[in-house]
Design a protein. Structure first.
Length: 200
C-alpha cells in the first residue's frame, strides 16, 4: 500500500494526464528520477498549467524523495489517525506541500480508499481552495465559516441534489468561478473539453 500511496501523491503533484500515462506506475525513487530526467532532456512538459509550479526540478525531486522515504510512516498514519484533519496537517508539513496541495492529495486518498472507511465522510472536513473561496465570494457570502456556508448551499439545493457532498460543492465552486470569470470576459479558458470519442 505504501508504494500505491507514493504513486498517488506524486501523480497528484504534477496533475498532468500525459505525464501519468507516460510514467505509469513508479516502482522506485530511482525509477522516478530517471523518468524526470528523461522528460527534462526531451523538453517535455511535466506539470499541469492548473497550478503555479515555480520551483525547480531539483526542488520537486527533493519533495518526492522526502515522500518516498516517509511512505511507510505515512501509510501507518492513515491507519491510526483520528481524523481527516490530522492526516491533512501531516501531509501539509512535507516539503513543497502546502494547504492547497495537501487538500487535493487528501481527496485522492479518500477517492482511492487509502484511508480507513472511518474517515471517508466527505462532509466532515473541507478545505476551501482559492478557487472555491472566489466562487463563494461571487455569491456575496462572507467567508468566516466556510463549512457552514457549504452546508447552507447543500440545503438550498434540496433533495434533488442530496447526493452532493460538501467536497463536491467545494470543487464545483472552483469550476463555477472559472466559468463565471470567462463568461464575463475576464479570461479565456486554458483548454476546451473534448470528449474521448470526438473526432473534431
Amino acid at each position: 500500500i505504501s508504494d500505491v500511496l507514493f504513486n498517488t501523491l506524486v501523480h497528484r503533484s504534477h496533475s498532468r494526464l500525459d505525464t501519468l500515462q507516460k510514467w505509469q506506475f513508479i516502482s522506485s525513487l530511482e525509477d522516478l528520477n530517471e523518468k524526470i530526467d528523461k522528460d527534462v532532456k526531451d523538453n517535455r512538459t511535466i506539470f499541469t498549467g492548473a497550478f503555479t509550479c515555480s520551483h525547480s526540478i531539483d526542488d520537486y525531486k527533493k519533495s518526492f524523495r522526502e515522500l518516498w522515504y516517509n511512505r511507510d510512516k505515512l501509510s501507518r498514519k492513515l491507519l491510526v489517525a483520528e481524523s481527516l484533519a490530522e492526516i491533512f496537517k501531516y501531509l501539509s508539513e512535507f516539503y513543497l506541500i502546502g494547504n492547497f496541495m495537501a487538500w487535493q492529495m487528501l481527496c485522492d486518498l479518500k477517492l482511492f480508499k487509502l484511508i480507513s472507511n472511518t474517515y471517508q465522510d466527505s462532509n466532515s472536513f473541507i478545505i476551501l481552495g482559492p478557487g472555491g473561496k472566489k466562487g463563494l465570494s461571487i455569491m456575496s457570502i462572507e467567508l468566516n465559516e466556510p463549512i457552514i456556508l457549504l452546508k447552507a448551499i447543500k440545503t438550498k439545493l434540496g433533495n434533488n441534489f442530496c447526493w452532493l457532498t460538501l467536497e463536491d460543492i467545494e470543487h464545483t465552486l472552483c469550476e463555477f468561478y472559472k466559468y463565471h470569470r470567462c463568461f464575463n470576459g475576464g479570461t479565456k479558458p486554458k483548454q476546451k473539453y473534448k470528449h474521448e470519442d470526438s473526432k473534431s
